[in-house]
Write a protein that binds this ligand. Structure first.
Ligand SMILES: *Cc1c(COP(=O)(O)O)cnc(C)c1O
Length: 377
């Protein structure tokens, strides 16, 4: 075992064409936002049925800008899962609004829409669902609820580029959609994110919000009407994103095959709670950013930390996605506590993310499954 190469839980696939393309950008004399950003935005827009897309330097920035675009601020409530990455609840709090945490379903780990309906108040302005691990939320139910209550939707699709719902890509329909190009996602620009918009007016507003709030005056000088952030994506990163987008379908096909291998080979005893396999009849809509079972802790002789250390000792990296956002110091300060969201808290205790990335082989999956089986015994 010791001679086997280390297997991280995520690894980007960067090809020579992309690396050479980056060198060209570096030699071109224009390295920050410019022609490559325009090309990347056009390519993403093509991929998403022609909807306007603007790129930013992270999905977190895109979430913040999306909230600002919706005019969300103090006194407003935004419904979000707590079983998600910290970025969405953090950005809701950062713009001065209140995150209203709603529990997720245990297996899909996506928002429980019955609970969403119960959480709506006259102050609710938006719903911010996460498509967990690339499994789309029920898009019909989501948009029926949003429409009935006049709410904006900001989809956190950081893990879901290339996912689809009944044959339509996530981001190609709906309200606002955010993607991430962090190295652990299905495609990368090192750091980077995208915001998919409804029309040209929203796209222009994002251009202002992502760059200091600057607008250009007819006399060639500049004005600022809003203290905007500095969230533009450099051309170097956009060039990497272009190389990745060209291979996204190939990457995601590989991810689906590896997830299928996990289901076939996963040790059955003691039983872990395996991830949702994809919506029945629409399994190819899942883009499998991660494979994260829940551990049967009460039947194990060790805790999760020891389990992870034992896999690490076999040269296998693991992750935790996610801790419960409502139980962070930040949101405890706002009165949140244990027992509020049972599924979220159970997932936070038991989840472990196993290696899954396109250049893995079936033998790598076999190795992980064998190691998990041994450690669980
Ligand atoms: C990774 C991730 C983010 C943040 O993406 P960045 O590009 O790193 O800002 C937000 N939400 C979810 C669900 C994520 O997985």
């Amino acid at each position: 075992m010791a001679s086997l190469p280390y297997l991280p839980f995520a690894r980007p696939t960067l090809d020579e064409e992309t690396i050479n393309g980056v060198a060209e950008v570096l030699r071109s004399g224009w390295i920050t936002s410019g022609p490559q950003v325009k090309k990347f935005e056009a390519a993403l827009s093509d991929y998403l049925s022609g909807r306007p897309v603007r790129v930013l330097n992270s999905a977190t920035a895109a979430l913040e800008v999306a909230l600002q675009l919706c005019g969300i601020g103090p006194g407003d409530e935004v419904i979000t899962p707590s079983q998600t990455f910290f970025a969405a609840p953090n950005m809701i709090a950062k713009v001065g609004a209140t995150p209203v945490f709603v529990d997720v379903e245990l297996v899909s780990r996506n928002l429980d829409f019955d609970a969403v309906e119960r959480a709506i108040t006259p102050r609710t302005k938006a719903i911010m669902p996460t498509h967990f691990a690339g499994l789309p939320v029920d898009m019909e139910r989501l948009y029926v609820i949003a429409k009935r209550h006049g709410l904006r939707v900001i989809e956190d699709a950081a893990l879901a580029i290339g996912s689809s719902w009944r044959g339509r890509r996530i981001g190609s329909f709906g309200d606002l959609t955010v993607f991430s190009f962090h190295p652990n996602k299905n495609m990368t620009s090192i750091e980077g994110g995208a915001l998919v918009l409804n029309d040209a007016a929203e796209a222009r507003e994002v251009e202002v919000l992502r760059f200091h709030g600057i607008t250009r005056l007819p006399d060639g000088t500049r004005d600022v009407a809003f203290p905007g952030g500095k969230f533009n994506l450099p051309d170097v990163n956009a060039r990497i994103g272009l190389g990745q987008l060209a291979r996204l379908e190939e990457f995601n096909t590989r991810r689906r095959a590896l997830a299928a291998d996990y289901f076939r080979l996963f040790p059955a005893d003691p039983p872990c709670l395996l991830p949702h396999p994809g919506h029945p009849g629409d399994e190819a809509g899942h883009s499998w950013n991660m494979f994260a079972p829940l551990l049967p802790l009460e039947r194990m002789s060790m805790d999760r930390q020891r389990f992870r250390a034992a896999l690490e000792a076999c040269g296998i990296g693991t992750g935790v996605s996610y801790e419960a956002a409502h139980l962070t110091t930040l949101f405890r300060r706002h009165g949140h506590h244990e027992g509020e969201l049972p599924n979220t808290e159970r997932i936070a205790r038991e989840t472990v993310t196993l290696p899954l990335f396109p250049t893995m082989t079936r033998a790598d999956v076999e190795r992980v499954c064998a190691a998990v089986g041994e450690v669980l015994q």
